[in-house]
Design a protein around this ligand. Structure first.
Ligand code: 2P0
Length: 325
């Protein structure tokens, strides 16, 4: 017996951040978060279940992965195997489509695409809300990549009601400019970084309450098409997340000098009348929320400092797409 599924999912950038779990096993977040799904980066994944395979195999960008990477995929496949009551092993083939030299990896698009492909291959065929809960258990931010445009991941009260919901398609001149800052800095993984912040940063409790409020305010700004307000909340929330990390022990600093340079350039552009706002995640790259119609002006300015290949302009992306085999 053999059963297949294939899907594509796009990456997302959080405007109001997820940074900390209240439950590690089910990946339940401390606070709700809000993101923009982007169309510049996506993952395509094919899952084939067959009773002729002796174990699971995982290929990423054409290369067979080691036991550690495959183990993470196997644990995720187990969720679907258990729910669909199937006993077959699988071959998973996943490809990341990333702009040249981007150095952007994403577990969000990866686990969202894997969840959607498993949903078809296992014939479980759950709806999008439940699919978001499956994706969440691979990687928290993947819960949001199930939908396109602006998406809220509601923190919920337990493992059955923490899922993402679509907020708005973002088709009102919304764009993003991503500056890929080169870095040789030693990385702390998001998983380790958020764990350390929750357990050691005295700022943490203030953060999660404020982020919950920020989600509400951001949703209101989106509803009112108030771009400036959305941008200001985004910028403040991102900085506050990084402030909680600075309070961790040992402290976590993802920024590079060039990250700060971009932040200052964003402020200058704003002073010149271009409405744009920065945010950063668990790395040195800076993402600039802007009007799509002004993205080229922003790019031109950044090109005075950065090579063109390090500047990626993206629009809102769609939700998961089931692909023909
Ligand atoms: C976010 N980040 O909201 C935040 C902002 C990074 C900074 O979600 O442990 O890969 O797999 O649930 O989703 C990155 O963390 O972490 C992330 P896990 P994930 O986008």
């Amino acid at each position: 017996m053999i059963s297949r599924g294939k899907a594509r999912a796009y990456s997302n950038i959080a405007l109001i951040k997820y940074w900390g779990k209240r439950d590690e096993k089910y990946i339940l977040p401390m606070n709700s978060s809000l993101s923009l799904t982007v169309d510049c980066f996506y993952t395509e994944t094919e899952v084939v279940f067959s009773n002729s395979y002796a174990k699971d195999y995982f290929y990423l960008n054409g290369s067979l992965q080691d036991e550690s990477a495959t183990g993470k995929i196997s644990s995720f496949l187990d969720l679907f195997r258990k729910a669909a009551d199937i006993d077959m092993k699988a071959i998973v083939k996943s490809t990341n489509f990333v702009p040249t030299a981007a150095g952007l990896a994403s577990s969000a698009s990866g686990f969202a695409a894997l969840a959607a492909a498993c949903n078809v291959a296992s014939e479980l065929n759950v709806g999008l809300r439940e699919l978001s809960m499956y994706a969440r258990q691979g990687s928290g931010s993947a819960a949001r990549s199930i939908y396109g445009g602006f998406v809220e991941w509601q923190k919920g009260t337990n493992e059955r009601d923490s899922y993402a919901v679509p907020v708005d398609d973002a088709k009102w001149d919304i764009g993003m400019v991503i500056v890929v800052v080169n870095s040789n800095a030693k990385k702390v993984s998001s998983r380790e970084g958020m764990k350390r912040t929750v357990s050691t940063s005295p700022f943490y409790r203030i953060w999660s309450d404020k982020a919950e409020e920020d989600v509400k305010e951001a949703k209101l700004a989106i509803k009112n098409r108030d771009f400036e307000k959305l941008g200001l909340i985004t910028e403040r929330n991102g900085l506050m997340m990084h402030a909680t990390m600075l309070g961790a022990n040992p402290p976590i600093l993802y920024w590079e000098p060039e990250s700060v340079l971009v932040m200052k350039m964003v402020k200058e552009l704003r002073d010149e009348g271009i409405s744009c706002y920065f945010t950063m995640d668990a790395g040195p790259n800076v993402k600039i929320l802007c009007r799509m119609s002004e993205s080229n002006r922003i790019k031109e300015r950044l090109m005075e400092v950065f090579d063109e290949e390090r500047i990626i302009v993206t629009g809102p992306g769609p939700g998961v797409v089931i692909l023909a085999l």
